[in-house]
Structure formats: structure tokens, C-alpha cells
Design a protein around this ligand. Structure first.
Ligand SMILES: *Cc1c(COP(=O)(O)O)cnc(C)c1O
Length: 377
């Protein structure tokens, strides 16, 4: 069994993907070509924002947002302690300081009360200037943007939505990647919407920031490619990846998002008898997930490593996202801790994720759940 079966997806979409790739090869238009422009329009419309700017990957997308806002030395950027490294890495790379914030024990997303405490601590200390909240849509579930928007407005902070895992999620029908002042996503193959290499995108309603990001992604260009007005990046999406993404976005819209939600529901039902040993993922009322991961929290009594070994013996892959909170990463060992993050520490010890994707079958989910049950009971 595959953790995320991209080969099976390819078999389903093969005719259209093959045609799209051949068309690009024949066009001679390989970098930022017509498929890129077309994809950007389709993505902006799907998400419901004015501007979509694609780029080289999801990490660069975050960097482009921070550059557009002029974030740098002396700035505090609030980041959940439980996320993929890139969410915090980009902050440090720009010379700003990541301030790690604890997460909600059920949604895995940034905790509003702890965030307010962290902002207050930074202000009380008076060394750093609070500037940005990075709200990650972890495992496909949007962060609590209603509350986060209130905090951001009240504190005068910018809201950066890291939707690398969140594409396709929603709150009350509004789509992920539309909640931040700027939002970003990743098209890394295993993300909810993935290409066949690296890719990413930035979303915003602001004309001003969109113009800056367009410049930063191509060497800080001015009126043309050889007029360079700022120091930027080379971070563009290939036409080939864009053409593949157009096919995949269609499938995502037409059935994949629905199918992956059905798979998650099947897990929820099948795992119900095990809820004295583990906690199922929680999707709050009004929220929709794109299920980048299906993540369980084990009770203290369960040995995670031996459970994973037992699954592996039966050919079932499982992965720990994430074994180390940001504040415990070696690369951040010298970063000051403004607040305690006990939930992130605990989750990193107890979580593990099961295989999930739109093409997983009923039989496969049953095999996974039977294996879990026979080990746990
Ligand atoms: C994958 C991921 C990124 C980085 O995306 P890349 O395309 O791999 O650079 C950033 N943030 C989160 C939360 C991610 O999961």
C-alpha cells in the first residue's frame, strides 16, 4: 500500500496529463508560458481572490510574501510550534525572529489564546516589533481565521496564511488560501494539489503586494527583465508543471476533494471502536478539510513505534508528522521562547498519520483499520 498513491492518480488522469505534457514540449514555451497564466487565472477564481502568482515552490511563496511586506531584522513573526520547518525557516532567512506559539490540541492549528500571550510578551519585552502571524492550515484544515483576523486587526499585525497543506479546505464555504492578507500554497507532489516537481503560489487581493511579488519572483524586475529595481529571487513555475496542474485542478474540483473526504469519513466510522486508545481528527462545525493528512493522537498507553512497526509488517505505511516541534529544532536552538508550548511538545510524541488520498479504496481503509484494531485490542 502507498501512503499517498500518486501513481494510481496518474493512471486515472494519464490521457489528459500525457497530452498536456506533449503540448508543452511542442510549444517551445517552457518558462512562465501560456499554461502558467491560464493556471493562475483558474486558481485565483477557484480560491476566490483577485491575484494568484505562481512560483518555484511553497517555501519561496512564503519568502515572497515576507519580502513584499518588508519583513526583516527586528521583526517578530508568530509561527505555530507544530508545523513543517519551512513555515518558520523563511522568517529566519529574512533576518526576522520567529516567535513560536502553541497549538490547539484537537485541530493542531495555532492557538489564539497562546498567540495573544506571545504578542503581549514580545510587546512587554520591547525588543522586537510584532509584525506578522503565520497561520498554517495544518493537515488540510484551515486555521481559526475568524479569531485570528480579530487578533491581527486589534494588534495591527499582518496575517500570512501558509496553505501549503490547506488548498481545498474551507470555512463556511469560503476557500482556503483566501483568509490571509497574503496566502501561499505548495504544489509539491504529495500536497492536496501537487505537480510532478516543485511548484508554489501566492494569493492576495492587494494590487500593490501582487505587483511587488511579481517583481521579487523574477530577480526584482522593474519595467522589464533587464531593469532590476530590487534584490529578488529566481522563482518561477514551469509551463510543464502548470499544464499538469491544470489537469489535476480539474480532477480536484470534479471529484478528488469529495473522494478524499469520503475516505476520511470511512476512517472515522471504522475507527470509532478504538476511540478509547486514540483520538480521531476533529473538523470544527463549518470547516472543511482537504485531508493533506489523516492524523490520529494516540493515548499515552500506546507505544507509537511498535504500532508503526506492526503496521509496516502488514505492508501499511504510516508517518509521524511532526516528531519535533519548531522550538526544539537544532536550527532554532538559540531562538528565545516567549511562551511555553506544551501541546506541541505532547503532540509530537503522540501523533501519527495513516495513508490517505482520493484514490484509496474502501478495502484499503478496512485493511488499515483491521491492522490497527488487531494491534490495539
Ligand atoms: C510543504 C510545506 C511547505 C513548503 O512547501 P515546498 O513546496 O516544499 O517548498 C511550507 N509549509 C508547510 C506547512 C508545508 O507543509
Amino acid at each position: 500500500m502507498e501512503f499517498r498513491d500518486l501513481k494510481r492518480q496518474y493512471r486515472h488522469l494519464k490521457a489528459d496529463i500525457d497530452q498536456a505534457m506533449v503540448d508543452v514540449a511542442a510549444s517551445g514555451d517552457y518558462i512562465m508560458g501560456a499554461p502558467v497564466k491560464a493556471l493562475e487565472c483558474e486558481l485565483a477564481e477557484y480560491v476566490g481572490v483577485k491575484h494568484c502568482l505562481t512560483c518555484g515552490n511553497g517555501t519561496n511563496a512564503l519568502t515572497l510574501a515576507l519580502k513584499a511586506w518588508g519583513i526583516g531584522k527586528g521583526d517578530a513573526v508568530f509561527v505555530p510550534d507544530f508545523t513543517f520547518f519551512a513555515s518558520a525557516e523563511v522568517v529566519a532567512l529574512e533576518g526576522a525572529t520567529p516567535v513560536f506559539v502553541d497549538v490547539n490540541p484537537r485541530t493542531f492549528n495555532i492557538d489564539s489564546a497562546n498567540l495573544e500571550q506571545a504578542v503581549a510578551e514580545v510587546k512587554r519585552e520591547g525588543v522586537l516589533r510584532p509584525r506578522v502571524i503565520v497561520a498554517v492550515d495544518l493537515f488540510g484544515l484551515p486555521a481559526d481565521f475568524g479569531t485570528l483576523r480579530t487578533i491581527a486587526d486589534h494588534e495591527g499585525l499582518l496575517l500570512l496564511e501558509d496553505g501549503a497543506q490547506g488548498f481545498g479546505g474551507s470555512i463556511d464555504g469560503q476557500r482556503a488560501c483566501s483568509f490571509g492578507d497574503i496566502a501561499t500554497t505548495s504544489f509539491f507532489p504529495a500536497k492536496p494539489l501537487g505537480c510532478y516537481g516543485d511548484g508554489g503560489a501566492v494569493f492576495t487581493d492587494s494590487d500593490e503586494w501582487a505587483l511587488l511579488i511579481e517583481s521579487y519572483r523574477v530577480h526584482g524586475k522593474g519595467s522589464n527583465k533587464y531593469d532590476n529595481v530590487r534584490i529578488g529571487l529566481n522563482s518561477r513555475l514551469d509551463s510543464l508543471q502548470a499544464a499538469i496542474l491544470q489537469v489535476k485542478l480539474n480532477a480536484f474540483r470534479n471529484h478528488e476533494l469529495q473522494d478524499v473526504n469520503l475516505a476520511a469519513q470511512r476512517y472515522n466510522t471504522l475507527l470509532q471502536p478504538l476511540t478509547d486508545k486514540l483520538t480521531l481528527p476533529l473538523i470544527p462545525q463549518g470547516f472543511g478539510s482537504s485531508w493533506a493528512q489523516y492524523t490520529l493522537i494516540l493515548n499515552d498507553s500506546v507505544n507509537r513505534a511498535s504500532l508503526q512497526a506492526a503496521l509496516k509488517e502488514k505492508g501499511i505505511p504510516s508517518i509521524v508528522y511532526y516528531p519535533t516541534p519548531m522550538s526544539r529544532q537544532t536550527a532554532f536552538q538559540h531562538v528565545h521562547h516567549y511562551v511555553e508550548t506544551p501541546i506541541a511538545q505532547r503532540l509530537s510524541q503522540l501523533v501519527f498519520s495513516l495513508p490517505i488520498h482520493p484514490y484509496i479504496t474502501q478495502t484499503e481503509t478496512e485493511i488499515v483499520c483491521n491492522a490497527l484494531e488487531s494491534h490495539l485490542i
